[in-house]
Ligand binder design. Structure first.
Ligand code: 3PG
Ligand code: MG
Length: 401
């Protein structure tokens, strides 16, 4: 893991701290429907306030494409943010740079919080513009990045700005990086990676990287169908990327060379259509009729994965094992999630999970709090799983100021 400063390494007393957060939370009719990212940001704000800082929170929200789009305001985040930090006032600035931002920031006293309007209302944000970064830097004296989930974006508030001020990682960024490092860079072995989801095409780099890192790779979800098809199995009308047969073969060969054990489903739950309550059957992997679809892993596979998890000391998980949004095809995912929760609680497994669908599946299984670490990140978690350098992490590591 690259070296970076933490809140313990910067002096913030009486200073204006620019805190890059990821308040890109799901929202319906102006109401936040999942406050996880806000709740997980709160300890950083509290720590800064406790050290006598003036905290200026900035974030993107949605994809307004560089325009002041009324569909993506940050003002509705004022109340939830205030609630998350014990009801403290949060003052709002209608713009993230310029006179309005300066005016609001100048009213802050130590222990007070401001929230700036959506960074992406300025196209310069996504362009990583040095001028825009300088305009942001004028507002503060120290930069703290707590937006791991946006660390895969080389945007001005994440990259250029981090290089203009003394910088540090916030507590959430630090926790994410520590958990991810423990899982893949210095793990207790055996390490098992459980990779599900629909498409192999979006996860080829990730599979290749993991094969070099982990001892056991379990592939499930619709993406397993492509591997099964490549092995010559009948998969009926199942989702499958038939053009990726060669890539699937190469991936399996690479795993063989790197002595990484690849585990595919042995039995599956099938149905004629993907609909709630449709008639289902469980069959061995060699018995899928040509007019049926594979929609979940079967109980034999679940038992096999559970046994492998018993052996493993570290788990990295991304992607559901079946079409979990449509019951009863959530059963495999829920059963495995519960097993992971149980082993983690017993202290036998370090478990790290991330990615949008995965978190939804963990929530549905009711085990989110039982895992060692659940990342708040979607895209950034996946890029990290691909072994890519994340611009947000690299900018903190540069420590040029
Ligand atoms: C996310 O929600 O994945 C991050 O906030 C990044 O958002 P983006 O994909 O719009 O850059
Ligand atoms: Mg995204």
């Amino acid at each position: 893991m690259p070296k970076f400063r933490t809140l313990d390494d910067v002096d913030v007393r009486g200073k204006r701290v620019l805190l890059r957060a990821d308040l890109n939370v799901p929202m319906k009719n102006g109401i936040v429907t999942d406050a996880t990212r806000i709740v997980r940001l709160a300890p950083t704000i509290e720590a800064l306030l406790g050290r006598g800082a003036k905290v200026i929170v900035m974030s993107h929200f949605g994809r307004p494409e560089g325009k002041r789009d009324p569909a993506f305001p940050l003002r509705p985040l004022v109340a939830p943010l205030s609630r998350a930090i014990g009801g403290r006032d949060v003052v709002f600035a209608e713009d993230c740079i310029g006179d309005e931002a300066k005016r609001v920031v100048s009213t802050l006293r130590p222990g007070q919080v401001a929230l700036l309007e959506n960074l992406r209302f300025h196209k310069e944000e996504e362009a990583n513009s040095p001028d825009f970064a300088r305009a942001l830097a004028e507002l503060g004296e120290v930069y703290v990045d707590d937006a791991f989930s946006a660390a895969h974006r080389a945007h001005a508030s994440i990259d250029a700005l981090a290089r203009l001020l003394p910088n540090a990682a916030g507590k959430l960024m630090q926790a994410e990086l520590t958990a991810l490092t423990a899982a893949l860079e210095t793990p207790r072995r055996p390490v098992l990676a459980l990779i599900g989801g629909a498409k192999v095409s979006t996860k080829l780099d990730l599979l290749r990287f993991l094969i070099g890192k982990v001892d056991i790779l379990v592939v499930a979800g619709a993406m397993a169908n492509t591997f099964l098809f490549a092995e010559g199995r009948e998969i009926g009308g199942s989702l499958c990327e038939r053009d990726l047969v060669d890539s699937a073969h190469e991936t399996l060969l690479l795993a063989h060379q790197r002595k990484c054990r690849v585990v595919l489903p042995e039995d599956v739950v099938i149905a004629a259509t993907l609909e709630p309550g449709v008639a289902t059957r469980t069959v061995g992997i060699a018995e899928v009729p040509s007019d049926m679809m594979i929609l979940d892993v079967g109980p034999v596979t679940v038992t096999r994965i559970a046994a492998l998890l018993e052996e493993a000391r570290t788990l990295v998980w991304n992607g559901p094992l079946g079409a979990f949004e449509t019951p009863p095809f959530d059963r495999g995912t829920v059963a495995v999630a519960k097993k992971i929760g149980e082993l983690t609680r017993a202290g036998k497994l370090l478990s790290v999970a991330g990615g949008g669908d995965t978190v939804a599946a963990l929530d549905a299984a009711g085990v989110t709090d039982e895992l060692s670490y659940v990342s708040t990140a979607g895209g950034a978690f996946l890029e990290w799983l691909e072994g890519r350098e994340l611009p947000g992490v690299m900018a903190l590591a540069s420590n040029e100021t």
